[in-house]
Design a protein around this ligand. Structure first.
Ligand code: PEP
Ligand code: MG
Length: 576
């Protein structure tokens, strides 16, 4: 989903309904058909190179990496030979041959029980759609870049290559039948600030081009032919939101301090240096979580030490003086695995080869990353954060590796910062339970409530059948957070939360009441969380946290914490 409201006529992007002829080719037409296919492939390649260059200029190399991967697929000889074989021996037309071969691969990927791979299936369909457009002479994206009137796009699954280049003046929003919040399309919409609702299910058949629709990215709704009353209500809501946003913007340079004078560090979560502009605009106090694995995804080759150094140096040098950037080492695995590290048959990837486990197993990757961060430490204050630590030995092994990297840099005469703090993410229950021992040997904690909740409750939140059991306010989760905070306090270590819980206004009273001193959230949420913090009393937050620790029901705890937040800042919840 991507926030915001849009009201305009619908334009359906109908690439899902392509008619493909299955009439057999006469033998004398085969050569010409192969020629036609080659021309379409060439045209597609040129299109993608152009898109890649435009995306790279507008959004950075990391976003453009996806299109490099598309180009490689277009050169995949196994795939193309299969298409040629179908044209030559089965006498299928180029469209049918290409469609059938691609669909075979796409359906295998789409059926895999892995959200990341399923999203890649959508990427492959995007590519296949482009080739088919070339074969049929229809250049779909070209049409979208020549729009003359404002519209809301409705598509089966708007491909990321098209989303990245949407004409913002005319495309006021979009809705798709397929996709999830981890799809590239949704991520791009959020970054570009286009209101969007994805994954709405069957939709294309129930709307018509030219019909008016109201798209509410916040509420996840698409209303066809909205009544005057609905439009009036949304108009009012939009006005209220705009006024409130103006009010929030005034807080940019204000500290995140509670009514009773306690400072909370309100930092930003980022995925790459290109996010630094929004960090600066948000008024965040430094970077609380740089998810560096995104530098490794959507590309064919891994970034080496120099490329990583550039990324970390940019982030460090753009972090304001006196503030810090917490750089997390690779948290690959689970739903975030680049192709070259993907191994066959991990029966349970979330309990498998992940994060610090990969780093310690692949010292050449880990060393390159640690060296790059140590070097970036000369250009701004950075800290290193280790993800998915479950044992003390992992911390010790990482510390030893860090020291050996320093030794090597020293002997090579390469400048680096000798005093970069080393912290541990607390996101596995075992880490919370040994927080005392970890606190003794590390410099700070950051609690990853997304994973901590999942692992504590044994709930996969991507699985909609058990999603209702995913409850960050479950007393077991809160008690683990409290244990972590107490251990950190005994050893004088700072402790923050960088999971989604930190950005949910209804949960902020609980977290600060439990003793968390730093909250790290996506830049867009900084103003709202700051607004709330400045209206809360820590003493009151502590009371409710204390009550929650003795309480047995997660739903009850959620409700009480929400009430405190609502009473302090009703506008945040749409109330006056
Ligand atoms: C977490 O688990 O809360 C966290 C911040 O890490 P990620 O969401 O990247 O797994
Ligand atoms: Mg995590």
């Amino acid at each position: 989903m991507s926030d915001g409201v849009a009201h305009a006529r619908i334009l359906r992007v109908g690439q899902a309904r392509r008619e493909i002829s299955r009439d057999p080719l006469p033998p004398e037409a085969v050569a010409a058909e192969v020629d036609r296919l080659n021309r379409a492939l060439l045209g597609t390649r040129q299109d993608i190179q152009r898109v890649r260059d435009q995306v790279s200029a507008a959004m950075g190399a990391a976003e453009a990496g996806l299109f490099e991967a598309h180009l490689l697929v277009l050169e995949d000889s196994t795939l193309l030979n299969e298409v040629l074989r179908k044209i030559r021996t089965e006498r299928l037309g180029a469209e049918a041959a290409f469609h059938d071969v691609f669909e075979k691969y796409v359906s295998v990927l789409a059926a895999v029980d892995d959200a990341y791979l399923r999203e890649r299936a959508a990427d492959l369909r995007d590519l296949s759609g482009r080739v088919l457009d070339h074969l049929s002479g229809a250049v779909h994206e070209h049409e979208l870049s020549n729009l003359s009137e404002p519209c809301i796009l409705v598509a089966h699954d708007l491909p990321p290559s098209v989303t990245a280049l949407l004409d913002r003046r005319h495309v006021l929003g979009f809705a798709t039948e397929a996709g999830g919040k981890t799809s590239h399309t949704a991520i791009m919409a959020r970054k570009m600030g286009i209101p969007a609702v994805v994954g709405l299910g069957p939709l294309l058949d129930s709307v018509r081009d030219g019909e008016y629709a109201l798209l509410d990215g916040h509420g996840g709704l698409l209303t066809i032919n909205p009544t005057d009353q609905t439009l009036f209500e949304y108009g009012q809501l939009k006005q209220r939101r705009a006024l409130f946003e103006e009010k929030l913007a005034l807080l940019r340079e204000q500290p995140a301090v509670t009514l009773d004078g306690h400072h909370i560090t309100l930092a930003a979560n980022i995925e790459g240096p290109e996010d630094m502009a929004s960090v600066e605009a948000s008024g965040a106090h430094g970077i609380g979580l740089f998810r560096t694995e995104f530098l490794f995804l959507n590309r064919e080759t891994r970034p080496g030490e120099e490329e990583q150094f550039e990324a970390y140096r940019t982030v460090a040098s753009q972090t304001r003086p006196g503030q810090e950037a917490i750089i997390r080492t690779l948290d690959l695995g689970g739903d975030k695995m680049p192709g070259d590290l993907r191994r066959e048959g991990e029966p349970n990837p979330f309990l498998g080869w992940r994060a610090i486990r990969i780093s310690l197993d692949q010292p050449e990757i880990f060393r390159g990353q640690l060296r790059a961060i140590l070097r970036a430490g000369c250009h701004g204050r950075v800290r290193i954060l280790l993800p998915m630590v479950s044992t003390l030995e992992e911390l010790r092994a990482a510390r030893a590796m860090l020291e050996s990297c320093k030794e090597a840099l020293r002997s090579e005469g390469v400048p680096f910062c000798d005093s970069v703090p080393l912290g541990v993410m607390i996101e596995i229950p075992s880490a919370a339970l040994i927080a005392e021992e970890l606190a003794r040997e590390c410099d700070f904690f950051s609690i990853g409530t997304n994973d901590l909740t999942g692992y504590t409750l044994a709930v996969d939140r991507l699985n909609e059948r058990v999603a209702h059991l995913y409850q960050p306010t479950h007393p077991a989760v809160l008690r683990l957070i409290r244990m972590t905070v107490e251990a950190a306090q005994r050893h004088g270590r700072p402790v923050g939360v960088c999971g989604e819980m930190a950005g949910e206004p209804g949960l902020v009273p609980l977290l600060i009441g439990l003793g968390v001193q730093e909250l790290s959230v996506t830049p867009a949420l900084i103003p709202a969380v700051k607004f709330l913090l400045r209206r809360l009393r820590l003493s009151e937050a502590r009371d409710i946290a204390q009550w929650a620790l003795d309480c047995s029901g997660g739903a009850e705890i959620l409700q009480r914490s929400r009430e405190v937040a609502l009473a302090a800042a009703p506008n945040l919840f749409g109330k006056q």
